[in-house]
Design a protein around this ligand. Structure first.
Ligand SMILES: *[C@@H]1O[C@H](CO)[C@@H](O)[C@H](O)[C@H]1NC(C)=O
Ligand SMILES: *[C@@H]1O[C@H](CO)[C@@H](O)[C@H](O)[C@H]1NC(C)=O
Length: 498
């Protein structure tokens, strides 16, 4: 019995334990990725320009600078019985009767009995001979009879022995059946008890668990649907890799790779080569694309690790031979840092509005430090017609408000790594959470190239997830509430043109 109960109980508890495990497995909340921002009402001063986070003079100060039981023990048969010894046939010895007779009188005075008596005797003796013959004839028959009766005796004897044996077996079997029935009854009682008491409560628990799992599945299905939506466009495309490769795009250009397309670059022989898009036509070519937005096909609201390694699609094929169409991507802070630290590097930021107007900003020096310093960015030497966001901040703002929007000298921030200049250490005040992407946020931005992609251009506070200007913004050209159609950042080793 115990051997029965234990597995049953184990099974029940295992089921419950398993179900609870499942519950604990995915205790995450899809919606907690970005904490909601309290509904702040801006004070009277209706400045259309956003980008900055005004000081609360009472508390803050700003310093410019980041898953039927067998019956054991015996067979139904007992050992075979040894045949009962059959007693030898007892032959009945026939005792020959002695012949007697006489013709003498009892008393001599009476003389001899009549002579005819003696004749009688003779006759009788003769007859006796005949009788003897008949008897002799009958004797074998008698013997035969006697023998066959012995055989019958033996047979009957055997029959009754086997009958007794059978009776004994029947009795034994009855005992076994009774024993078995008892066990079955006991088991039945136990199972009934379990079914009546333990199961209902466990079933209730399991039903609860099932419900929760259903809810989770629904949630997951919603999430999967959302992901499908996102992946409607191909995530990665295999492109043929050109024969020409080099340290970076300028090196490739000099080796004859003068067409704008995807190439393999290897700035440092100690590190493996990687794919990058080279713009070999704009401004004499040699430009390596480090950032690109053009259709909103890639989500830029990503974690620190992703920004460090890089993400997105390098390029798509326009023909079978080349990957000439750049995709949306971020090259990766590690690579950007390595490239800019190799030597003097310039950066070209090109952008386009929804009417097709294009402007650009260029910095003759652009450096991104290593991860140990949170990828601090520095620029100098502005030229162009888009406006000097990196060095000057938004011209729509004044004083501290403008200083808060300068990007030069800022560390890199993502929603999971706050290095910005807006109340450092306060998790409710993080630029990267409110403004949609990873960037060199100050408090917070005048330029937000990695922001959310809004189709059409103008967008409003109500459309923004946190009420902030989280679009693909370049304030110095289109202000806070216009999200650009396209923007890209390209770098190139700086050298004096002759
Ligand atoms: C925020 O406040 C404005 C009015 O100041 C209101 O129109 C809007 O619905 C509020 N939003 C939320 C999310 O409470
Ligand atoms: C900074 O901005 C806040 C609100 O946006 C405004 O009240 C304040 O006057 C501004 N400061 C300066 C120096 O313009």
């Amino acid at each position: 019995m115990k051997m029965m109960k234990t597995p049953l109980l184990l099974l029940v508890f295992l089921c419950v334990a398993w179900a609870q495990d499942v519950l604990e497995y995915d205790d995450y909340d899809l919606d907690n990725k970005i904490s909601p921002k309290p509904n702040k009402t801006t004070d009277g001063a209706a400045v259309d320009a956003r980008g900055h986070r005004p000081l609360d003079r009472a508390r803050e100060s700003y310093t410019s600078r980041y898953a039927p039981p067998p019956i054991s023990g015996g067979s139904r048969y007992r050992g075979r019985p040894t045949a009962a010894p059959v007693g030898g046939p007892k032959k009945q010895e026939k005792v020959p009767q002695p012949e007697s007779g006489g013709c003498t009188h009892a008393s001599e005075e009476m003389g001899v009995l009549c002579p005819t008596g003696c004749e009688l005797k003779t006759t009788l003796t003769k007859q006796e001979k005949n009788v003897k013959l008949v008897i002799d004839e009958l004797k074998p028959e008698l013997d035969e009879l006697s023998q066959s009766s012995n055989r019958i005796f033996d047979y009957v004897n055997g029959m009754s022995n086997s009958l007794r044996e059978r009776q004994r077996l029947v009795t034994d079997n009855n005992q076994v059946v009774v024993q078995f029935t008892d066990q079955v009854e006991e088991n039945h009682a136990y199972i009934k008890e379990v079914v009546d008491t333990v199961f209902p409560s466990n079933i209730r628990v399991l039903e609860g668990v099932l419900n929760k799992i259903r809810q989770k599945i629904q949630k997951l299905e919603t999430a999967i649907q959302a992901q499908r939506e996102k992946c409607k466009d191909p995530c990665m495309t295999k492109c043929p890799i050109p024969v020409v490769s080099g340290k970076e795009c300028e090196d490739i250009y000099r080796r004859g790779g003068t067409e704008s397309q995807m190439y393999m670059v290897q700035p440092d022989p100690l590190y493996p080569p990687y794919k990058a898009f080279c713009d070999q036509t704009t401004q004499n070519g040699g430009w390596l694309l480090i950032q690109n937005r053009l259709d909103g096909s890639v989500d830029f609201g990503r974690r620190w690790d992703e920004y460090r390694r890089g993400f997105g699609n390098i390029a798509f094929p326009a023909s079978k031979r080349h990957c000439e169409i750049p995709g949306e991507y971020w090259l990766g802070n590690e690579r950007i840092s390595q490239l800019t630290k190799t030597g003097p590097t310039e950066v070209l930021i090109e952008m386009e509005d929804w009417e097709g107007t294009k402007v650009h900003a260029k910095y003759s020096r652009f450096t991104v430090q290593s991860e140990t310093s949170n990828f601090v960015m520095a620029v100098e030497g502005y030229s162009g017609n888009a406006g000097n966001c990196f060095l000057e901040g938004s011209p729509e703002l004044f004083g501290e408000n403008r200083t808060m929007t300068i990007h030069n000298g800022m560390m890199f921030s993502t929603y999971d790594r706050d290095n910005d200049n807006w109340n450092p250490g306060d998790p409710s005040k993080q630029c990267a959470r409110e403004d949609g992407g990873g960037w060199w946020y100050n408090r917070c931005h005048s330029a937000n190239p990695n922001g959310r992609y809004y189709i059409g251009g103008p967008y409003t506070k109500q459309m923004a997830k946190h009420g902030t200007d989280d679009g693909v913004v370049w304030m110095n050209w289109k202000g806070s509430w216009y999200s650009l159609k396209a923007i890209s950042m390209k770098i190139k080793p700086f050298f004096a043109s002759r």
